[in-house]
Design a protein around this ligand. Structure first.
Ligand SMILES: NC(=O)C[C@H](N)C(=O)O
Length: 336
């Protein structure tokens, strides 16, 4: 059988870093050299691969929508030459990039898997080899036609994943959707569906940076803080609320939200809880938000919500269309 071919877009992150006096920093050429010289990656059961190193390699804390665009355009340019794509990325903002790519791509028929590691390949006990090896193997043999994130033997839907552990190998979780696949002695497909046949060509929607506010509520939060963030030039405010979407009932707070809504700010309610979804009909403290024009983000991750707002605001859409689409599941990011 003809060996599959995988394109590895290497953006940076711990996996290819080396120790410096200031802590870990990306090291040009190191990862490419190491992977190419590692016999595990060239076994005949493995797909063939090319690694494209971006310049400069970055810590993912420096990622921005500008980089999301570069990755998406790069994959589009190579789309016909490869069977699958692996994006090597730092873990810190990996879930944001995976979410953004999931919205930017339309008509995907090939897998795009984002992965990285917690310990560099250059260090003892690195999780980099197993993550990259599995991501490549999955991309070649389990072509789930969507943007996913592989980490610590689990393949997650990209826009459902969130970084949940700062220093453990189990760095990602997907609180509201089970993994698409799990890799143990055998690989088990759970949610993931193998590539469908799609007639339309792959499409990439360009994304531009957008001013989005995020407000984490806490007991006794001062109205000045709220006014401050709403006073900035924002197009949307994500309210991280209590429980099923509840918030303080201070009239000044509710008035400030209503005024922002009237000015055309999109107000979205996400819960601070790790699992479950917003239901503003549950309590009067949530219901009051509906009357201020706040819409539900249901069980979207914060990462998916921010990426989706970027995706929608980057297009010429009516405000009402943006509000409507925010509540629809476009790429499986919401359980409805
Ligand atoms: N584990 C990692 O990759 C963390 C690193 N700071 C990054 O996000 O690039």
């Amino acid at each position: 059988m003809k060996r599959k071919k995988i394109y590895i877009a290497y953006t940076g992150g711990t996996i290819g870093m080396k120790q410096s006096s200031r802590g870990y920093i990306p090291a040009e050429g190191y990862l490419t050299e190491t992977v190419k010289n590692n016999a595990e990656f060239t076994r005949e059961e493995m797909p063939l691969f090319d690694i494209h190193e971006y310049s400069p390699l970055i810590d993912s804390s420096d990622m921005s929508p500008y980089h999301w665009q570069i990755i998406a355009d790069d994959i589009k340019a190579k789309y016909d030459q490869y069977d699958g794509f692996v994006v090597l990325h730092g873990t810190d903002t990996m879930a944001y990039t995976a979410s953004a790519l999931s919205f930017m791509f339309e008509n995907l028929t090939k897998p795009v898997i984002v992965t990285g590691s917690q310990i560099p390949l250059s260090q003892l006990r690195s999780d980099g080899q197993v993550n990259l090896l599995n991501a490549m193997y999955l991309a070649a043999n389990y072509p789930i036609a969507e943007v996913s994130l592989f980490f610590n033997n689990k393949l997650f839907r990209g826009n459902r994943a969130t970084k949940a552990h700062a220093d453990g190998f189990d760095a990602f979780s997907s609180p509201n959707l089970q993994p698409l696949a799990q890799s143990g002695i055998s690989i088990k497909l759970k949610e993931g569906k193998l590539s469908p046949y799609v007639e339309q060509a792959l499409q990439v929607t360009p994304i531009t940076p957008q001013p989005i506010g995020v407000l984490y509520l806490y007991p006794g939060i001062n109205i000045d803080i709220i006014n401050n963030i709403l006073g900035g030039d924002i197009r949307a405010l994500i309210l991280l609320s209590f429980g099923v979407g509840n918030a303080p009932q201070q009239q000044l707070f509710l008035d400030a939200l209503k005024a922002a809504y009237d000015r055309g700010v999109v107000l979205i309610n996400l819960t601070q809880c790790i699992q479950g979804q917003v239901n503003m009909g549950g309590y009067a403290t949530g219901n009051a938000l509906i009357n201020c024009g706040v819409i539900s983000g249901y069980d979207m991750t914060l990462e998916a919500c921010i990426a989706k707002l970027h995706y929608l605001f980057s297009q010429e859409l009516e405000l009402e269309t943006v509000r409507h689409l925010m509540q629809d599941s476009l790429r499986g990011e919401i359980t409805r």
